[in-house]
Ligand binder design. Structure first.
Ligand code: TYD
Length: 143
């Protein structure tokens, strides 16, 4: 078992204030690997066109680190480490939520037009997912 999977808790998932370059003609926010986030960025994906009332996520990752940004609009991320739950509201493109391995997450409360930008430490690997909450709890408690 990956040690960080077991050890990481929701308090290890900070909301990071990202670099923001403000100009009268528009703003830029920058994320750099191993500077802004503690991992190499190997994959970028974005979630959009989420119908009102829909939920996403509902899984954990064994090894993956992610930074989640509300690039547009807003949504909530529920974090769960098997002991505690916490809801983080993301609603600005210059804040990013760092999610470490071993954290169950659910995304809901999407505003119209919300875009969830995700920077990830690994390429897509279905084998890295835990999609059943009961499996997550069992793996989390096995030391
Ligand atoms: P998933 O990560 O389960 O979505 P969410 O957490 O937003 O609910 O991904 C849904 C599907 O999309 C997954 O079964 C396969 C595909 N997918 C890829 O092919 N590559 C990717 O990088 C991602 C994130 C998803």
């Amino acid at each position: 078992m990956n040690v960080s999977f077991v050890a990481n808790g929701i308090d290890d998932c900070p909301v990071i204030q990202l670099d923001k370059h403000t100009r009268p003609n528009g703003n830029i926010t920058v994320v750099e690997d191993n500077i802004t986030v503690p991992f190499d960025i190997r994959r970028v994906y974005y979630l959009y066109d989420v119908p009102g009332g829909e939920e996403r996520g509902g899984h954990a990752h064994r090894n993956l680190y992610q930074l989640i940004v509300a690039a547009s609009g807003s949504f909530d991320v529920i974090l769960d480490d098997g002991k505690k739950r916490r809801t983080v509201s993301l609603n600005r493109p210059y804040y990013g939520l760092l999610i470490r391995p071993g954290i169950w997450r659910e995304l809901n409360n999407f505003s119209s037009g919300a875009v969830s930008l995700v920077l990830a430490s690994e390429l897509y690997d279905e084998g890295d997912y835990i999609r059943e909450y009961s499996d997550f709890l069992r793996e989390k408690r096995s030391v």
